[in-house]
Design a protein around this ligand. Structure first.
Ligand SMILES: [Zn+2]
Ligand SMILES: [Zn+2]
Length: 821
């Protein structure tokens, strides 16, 4: 909404952004700033209220401080009012909610029977929207949240009387659709479905949600809503919002992308931490945290040398943080330390600053370190810096927000907890430690800076990661037109099967329904019949069981494994099935909220690992053997000496042993065998091959081919999030100097999710841009022999060995010269 923030302290910032940046740069002998972008302030472009907007609604908005809407709001609202499906993809705080509230509420006023369903990815966001809609005080709408927290006693009232129901996809899937008969009246009269923050629905989760929306459309049609509800989606800015929204809903969607809301100017600096003097990097591995722990480590990248798998292609470390760095050479100052210094410096200058750090522990480290250096300068000054994270009680969070807005507190280090639904804007500076993964998140975080009329400073500090390296050297990728797209793959049979089972359990499937569920639905239904889940009758396909199918929209990789403290029986948490082999094998050191445990035993049948608290001075690193075979080729490009392919592959991996390493030095203590079953993953991969002759012609010594391909593979995995919103941990890879299926030097990059999630497919479609960026990230890193900012990977199974940085550039040059743009 275009309202001004309500609590902004008076007075201009103490120093201008330009002056502040000059001071920050001054401390460094070598300038760490690679680019400064002056993003100019934007004057809003208002538009008159559309003629169909009732006076009552205009007055309600006026009471809330919205006198005239912006052009993009009116454009999107008009399309939606005309019953066209529309996605609004504009910046943070550009007033996307008005674009869907206006047509929805106008329709509710005009038709006293019509209803609206609003979907948010989180309960908190739905609660925020409820407050916003309720505050308009439109009579007869009776907005209400319907989610897991809604008391039973209120549910029936909501189903019968609310005309604006706010919920989330999980509740729609688990509660509303299975109980559709109770919702028949609501569904028959459903005029609009609002899908807020729709860019969150990506990958496997997004593919599930796409089918939940199809199931919703099906039930609306069954209850007599022939035309179907109109979908209004709100998205962060992204590469192709109309296509993504179209895939999500299965409907043609028009995009409104021009942001006409006003915006404060921001001076945006890209900051690359300096290389450390050679002596300190030669001192050996340093246990500095350099990546975030991830629960999704099941598919680490693997490399197999020519024909002969290495004995111990490794796995992610069980501790997730320091130890994983042991394989890596630290050649740059860490982004956390840079961020802590920047926070201390801006606070010392009296500037209210928010530092965004990816992990909870990282935020604590940044705050502690900034406090310490401030106290050294002026005793007591450190008290004006704090850490903020999810997990604090609501009152504690509110208190911190208040203290920051009123200037009692000057610096805050935060995880992304602030991102959704909390109104904390109007700061003087924002420091972003590491690219947050998507442009939407980057701008959301940068957007916290800048009070009206005042220019603010934003600094992106590159982490040790090839994508970050690329971005600080390619400002056009940060400030130009976005290329990163939200991808999902509704045709994934591992999603389609369970979703068709849910649909059949809700009501027998008909041939017409199969059209709705799209590609592969016919085959998948046949497979479900074969498996005994469905029975085919003349009237359709029937779910055969009493209980509904158990399908979790967000879960995958098998049933989760419980981590239980043996002495007390206390449940510490769960680890997804795919990662359990790596993280919870017997003898593994397992960190839970900063406390160290050692695993006594892992029982895969019971889905349970028993642990005891213990803090040994070693970390553990599971190692596995992985092989990959090509099942089928979906599409390929024949580019002379280079081939580019998209297809299905089987990846087999088995955790076979683990290493124990000294935390302080990274020294390997021993390697112990494990007896765990192999796991299979059928998924989608993109791969490229090169002829051995072309490599020789490019000057790659045959002995360097494995290291060249391996280095290119690591960087390519790191750069994939540039073209498709995914996490580096969603992706696996394997490279080999000769693969039995391709009979050539090959680099594979695959989706780490059964059936694929759309990432490899997008990489195939964008191969030239993706591999060009990969090449540039390697070439532009200032290190000599390769480092975590270019070709080393924190999740490498082979100890980042062999790697050849110069030859990786040659390999990618051969690919790029031959591949059509
Ligand atoms: Zn490097
Ligand atoms: Zn590797």
């Amino acid at each position: 909404m275009a309202n001004p923030p309500d609590a902004v302290p008076a007075g201009p910032p103490v120093v201008s952004p330009g002056e502040l940046l000059r001071r920050l740069r001054q401390r460094h002998p070598a300038d760490p700033v690679t680019h400064v972008e002056r993003v100019p302030p934007r004057v809003g472009a208002p538009a008159p209220w559309p003629s169909w907007a009732p006076e009552e609604l205009r007055a309600a908005y006026a009471r809330r401080g919205v006198v005239t809407p912006w052009q993009h709001q009116v454009e999107a609202a008009g399309l939606a009012y005309d019953r066209q499906h529309v996605v609004v993809a504009t910046g943070t705080a550009s007033g996307k909610s008005l674009a869907y509230q206006l047509p929805a509420l106008a329709t509710l006023l005009a038709d006293p029977r019509a209803t609206v369903l609003y979907l948010a990815p989180t309960k908190a966001l739905a609660a925020d929207q409820l407050r916003a809609v309720a505050a308009l005080e439109i009579e007869g709408v009776r907005p209400a949240c319907y989610d897991g927290d809604t008391p039973r006693a209120e549910r029936e009232w909501i189903r019968r009387h609310s005309r604006f129901v706010l919920t989330n996809p999980d509740m729609l899937h688990h509660g509303i659709l299975p109980g559709h008969a109770q919702w028949s009246g609501f569904l028959r009269r459903l005029a609009y479905v609002v899908v807020d923050e729709c860019h969150v629905y990506r990958g496997v989760f997004g593919s599930h949600v796409a089918h939940v929306l199809r199931r919703l459309r099906r039930q609306c049609a069954r209850y007599g809503r022939a035309a179907g509800p109109t979908f209004v989606l709100a998205s962060a800015t992204s590469g192709d919002p109309a296509a993504a929204a179209g895939r999500l809903t299965g409907l043609p969607v028009t995009a409104v992308t021009e942001d006409t809301s006003p915006r404060a100017g921001v001076t945006f600096a890209l900051w690359e931490p300096p290389l450390l003097p050679a002596a300190s990097s030669a001192a050996g591995p340093t246990p500095t945290p350099r990546r975030e722990p991830s629960s999704r480590m099941a598919q680490a990248d693997r490399r197999v040398t020519s024909g002969q798998p290495e004995p111990f292609p490794g796995a992610p470390s069980s501790s997730g943080e320091p130890a994983a760095g042991s394989d890596l050479t630290q050649v740059r100052r860490s982004a956390l330390r840079e961020t802590a210094d920047l926070l201390a410096d801006t606070v010392a200058a009296g500037v209210r600053t928010l530092a965004f750090v990816r992990s909870r522990r990282g935020a604590e480290v940044v705050a502690t370190s900034a406090r310490r250096s401030l106290d050294e300068a002026v005793p007591g000054l450190g008290d004006r810096v704090a850490a903020y994270r999810a997990g604090y009680l609501r009152e504690e969070r509110r208190e911190l927000e208040r203290a920051l807005l009123h200037g009692d507190l000057l610096g805050l280090a935060s995880t992304n907890a602030l991102e959704l639904g909390v109104d904390l804007i109007g700061l003087d500076a924002v420091v972003i430690c590491g690219y947050p993964g998507t442009r939407a998140s980057l701008w959301q975080q940068a957007g916290r800076a800048g009070r009206s009329g005042q220019e603010a400073l934003a600094v992106l500090v590159a982490r040790d990661d090839p994508l970050d390296t690329y971005l600080v050297h390619h400002p056009e990728a940060v400030f130009g037109a976005p290329v990163e797209a939200t991808v999902l793959d509704p045709a994934n049979t591992y999603v389609l099967g369970p979703q068709l089972a849910c649909a059949a359990a809700e009501a027998p499937l008909t041939a017409a329904d199969l059209e709705l569920f799209g590609d592969g639905a016919k085959e998948t239904v046949a497979a479900l019949v074969e498996a005994g889940a469905l029975r085919q009758r003349p009237t359709g396909w029937y779910w055969r069981h009493r209980e509904r199918p158990a399908v979790d929209l967000r879960g995958e990789g098998g049933a989760p494994v419980c981590v239980v403290e043996a002495a007390t029986g206390r449940l510490l948490g769960t680890v997804d099935g795919g990662s359990a082999h790596f993280l919870l094998h017997s003898g593994a050191v397992y960190l839970h909220q900063g406390v160290s445990y050692v695993v006594d035993s892992l029982d895969l049948d019971d889905g349970c690992a028993l642990v005891h608290p213990e803090e040994p001075d070693w970390s553990t690193h599971a190692r596995d053997v992985t092989s990959l075979s090509v099942v089928s080729v979906r599409s390929y490009v024949d580019a002379g000496p280079v081939g580019l392919f998209l297809g299905e592959v089987d990846v087999t991996s088995q955790v076979v042993s683990y290493q124990r390493r000294r935390i302080a030095t990274g020294e390997v203590i021993d390697t112990r065998p494990l007896d765990l079953p192999a796991r299979e993953l059928r998924t989608v991969a993109v791969w490229f091959t090169l002829s051995p002759e072309s490599l020789i012609a490019a000057g790659v010594d045959p002995a360097e081919v494995p290291g060249a391909l391996h280095a290119a593979e690591h960087a390519a995995i790191g750069l994939l999030p540039l073209v498709a919103t995914c996490d580096r941990w969603d992706i696996g890879g394997l490279s080999t100097a000769v693969h039995p299926d391709t009979e050539a030097p090959t680099v594979f990059v695959y989706d780490g999710h059964p059936g694929g999630a759309g990432f490899a497919e997008r990489a195939y479609g964008m191969a030239a841009s993706w591999l060009r960026a990969t090449r540039d990230a390697i070439a532009e890193c200032g290190c000599e022999a390769g480092c975590p900012s270019c070709v080393q990977s924190p999740k490498c199974g082979n100890g980042n060995n062999p790697l050849s940085k110069p030859d990786a550039i040659r390999v990618l040059d051969v690919v790029l010269t031959n591949l059509p743009e």
